[in-house]
Ligand binder design. Structure first.
Ligand code: 1PX
Length: 218
């Protein structure tokens, strides 16, 4: 795992994450799993720079990323090149627990669904950062985005822990500095590019899952 160690040591840069999400979409709007996962790796790197209070979130994201990487690198990896091919392959071969957790608790479809729901949080959070003002509080922006998206899928305990962690987020300026993009104006401009891109990847995945009726996988 030397690769992941090296990449986790690199300094976070929002532009790199943006570029990775840009690579996600194929010409016919399929989503490449490899780049999707790489995008998440970049985000986790950012989270890790925020300190150990976010460790429980980062740990969960990493374990989901690892499940997807194993599938991608496994014997049946060729079926996992895009989210579309993964859904088709797993559903056609009964590799997904559809109603309750059973033989396939870590299917690609259910694992990716968790990250997909978190992507909606990210879209909302980044958009609110983009339109925020100097006196906006990142903790408030973050929890508003969370309550509108991910929170409804989480237990009371997870919601409480997340809420406490949000209070420890750095302020807006420090947050912008960690993004490593440049001046606040440059950060806002980059967010203006990032949000529609993330939103498109989210929507394509959402439509695909809705079409197959797998938005509620256990
Ligand atoms: C910047 C602040 C970061 C705040 C992150 C907001 C999301 C809060 C999520 C709280 C998750 C707590 C951990 C546990 C989750 C699981 O219970 C739950 C369900 O999984 P299960 O069905 O397998 O049990 N898992 C999930 O919902 C997946 C959560 C994945 C969260 C990934 C968050 C990555 C955050 C990256 C931040 C990047 C900010 C970038 C700004 C430029």
């Amino acid at each position: 795992m030397a690769d992941s160690v090296t990449s986790d040591d690199q300094k976070f840069c929002l532009k790199e994450v943006l570029d990775t999400f840009r690579l996600c979409l194929s010409e016919n709007k399929e989503v490449y799993l490899e780049h999707y996962v790489a995008g998440w790796r970049g985000l986790v790197r950012f989270l890790n720079t925020l300190g150990s209070v976010f460790g429980f979130i980062s740990k969960d994201a990493v374990s989901k990323i690892q499940i997807l990487v194993s599938l991608l690198k496994g014997e049946d990896g060729s079926h996992y090149s895009t989210i579309q091919s993964m859904v088709k392959y797993e559903l056609e071969n009964q590799l997904v627990d559809l109603t309750k957790s059973g033989a396939h608790p870590t299917s690609g479809c259910r694992t990716l669904l968790r990250l997909h729901r978190a992507l909606r949080w990210l879209e909302l959070f980044l958009d609110s950062l983009r339109t925020s003002t100097e006196d906006s509080k990142t903790s408030v922006l973050c929890s508003v985005a969370y309550n509108e998206s991910l929170a409804k899928f989480h237990s009371w305990v997870v919601r409480k822990a997340a809420g406490m962690a949000f209070c420890l987020l750095p302020g807006r300026q420090d947050f912008f500095d960690i993004m490593n993009v440049g001046t606040p104006e440059q950060v806002v401009a980059m967010l203006g590019e990032a949000v529609p891109l993330i939103s498109e990847v989210y929507q394509i995945t959402e439509d695909l899952y809705a079409q197959h009726n797998i938005l509620d996988l256990p």
